[in-house]
Design a protein around this ligand. Sequence first.
Ligand code: MOS
Length: 726
Amino acid sequence: MPQPAVAADDPSPSIPPTPAVGRSVPRKDAAEKVSGEAKYVDDLTLPGMLWGRTVRSTVPRARIKAVRLCFDTAGFTVVDHTDIPGRNVVALIEEDQPFLAAGEVRHIAEPILLLAHEDRDTLMAAKVEIDYEILPPVLDMLASTEALKRLSIDKGDLEAGFAEADLVLEGEYRTGSQEHVYIETNGMIAVPEPDGGITLMGSLQCPYYVHKAIKPLMDLPGDRVRIVQAETGGGFGGKEEYPSLIAGHAALLARKSGRPVKIVYDRGEDMWATTKRHPAIVRHRTGVTRDGRLTAMEVDVVMDGGAYVTLSPVVLSRGCIHAAGAYRCDHVRITGRAMRTDTPPNGAFRGFGAPQTLFAVEAHMDRIAEALGMDPVELRERNALRPGDTTATGQEMQEDCAALDVLREAVERTDFHRKREEYRGTGRGIGLSLFFHGSGFTGSGEVRLASRAALEATETGVRILVGSSEIGQGTRTMHAQIVADAMGLPYEQVETALPDTAKVPDSGPTVASRTCMVVGKILQNCAAEMISRLGGLTPMEYARRHGPLVVSQDYVPPGDVKWDDDTYKGEAYAHYGWGCNVAEVEIDPDTFEARCTAFTAVEDVGKAIHPVLVRGQIEGGSAQGIGWALNERVVLVEGAMANATLTNYTIPTTLDTPPMDIVIMERPGKHGPHGAKGVGEMPIDGPAPAVVNAIRHAGLDVREIPATPEVLMAAAPSEEAACASS
Ligand code: MOS
């Protein structure tokens, strides 16, 4: 909605602007995107630009014996690992992944050789033959003996807890891989600079991750490496670490050819070669009293990390910290390991390990309720975390702990108990899930990141300088709202600079539901400092009289967030969001296809800075979670995706997505701006267990996802299966 224009040179606007926070103001990126003016990497063309292509391994594990170029190489640039000026490692957590295979390959689709040519068809037609000495691959995480990361969380005395139990229930729960299917595939352009430096423009979440990876690869100092985010069509974690690899490839080709080089993956290559969600196997052993009190929880988490470490330690960490669910229990042991396999590395995906472990605990809770003959809502009410309770890591819950609130609201508005009775024996089912999600990196992670943000007073208003990226989720809009209100300026007078490492500070990666709570908070602090330095002038007046003013602030860790990485004890995250999902399903008695027919999400986000964007996150994350639960099956053959097309890796369309009832709850946390706690990831935590619990209610004991018709049929009592197959 348009606001009254405030003249930029009005010395003292006496009417304060309408606050922007809490209103669904127009998106900062809307006009350019809907008009087609926004430039994605594939829209950019530079003079003399070449196209780049990656030649990849077609076997999971082998020594490379010979590489033969079976084409006329005139006009081609060819790069292999011997062309790397610096170090052949993708710098991130561990330095184990090469940019280009040097002598051996560890997974299908591993990059071996790079080609560039000015004509794309000529480039794509070039034939390369590779001779391998095949080695036996490890493709199964349970068969792997090589752990990329192990960790454990201990609370209380597990044996004492089991001794108190009237019932001990065990179970194993499996979750499959998942492809991000961002609308825009990965792409990058590298431009060689006259001073020997390199500029990269592309589709990415984290400009400073790319910066960190390119410096050692190209053996360049930080000021000769410049990373610029092009307009980015979705990320979901898939553009968290992977862009470093494609950026490195483009940079190597640009350096050797002396010309700009563009690499854009088509959908098939993007699905085949890039990171996915970690498949997981989670085992629970739980002690419970007859009246439903959890006395002991033993959880073992195994994740398939793939061939290289990438972000697996962090994904495992978040998975384990959430593994006991939104419940209080005095005696808990959680063990986790991410195993190395000869498969394409798995990486960041919305939720970062938590959806896998929350699926397990929530499916397990319904089995416990069933074993006790208890209502699943009552079991959850009995054990849900309340203010003053502690999590598995010993973190005490604050006043904003909304587990019971979201549960009760969801149960009431869905008429859960009536439908639970009504659907019995009809082929329909209704189920729910209760979940939480920690915002930001773990306590120690946010301290290590030492994020920084800045604000600049300009002649037209205020410009935000952050490394945070807009990837469709609304970063620019949400940050501008927070800054507008903190400065007392109209929203229209706040703009955001393009994320460009030559111009913006490192605000930490755009991941982990941290962009509002953490970076938004730093911006609020910047605004306070700017106001104190303006001496009563508006930013515009100041800039006209004295020139631009830039203030920057570093992240200040909250004093009450104390986390010990060695013992895994303490305040894992500054805040948690809370959610309850209710799913209704219909199961086709002939095909065993489960359809989600209605979906309710009640989610506490602390404060919805922009209610429409928050709803968008919840609707999108819920649809993605329903897809993961029912449709999205990554078929792995020799460790690689065999169904790397959208015709047989099917994500939910609008026709598959049920009507959604979304309720935003606001239980403010004390550290985020306006109490905001984050919403990016949480919505994908709850749908899969709610759907599977609804399938359980309909009579099928399913403990894995995707819950395809084959899985449902296998779970059916035998006469039903016989009936369906006759
Ligand atoms: Mo994310 S999965 O924290 O980009």
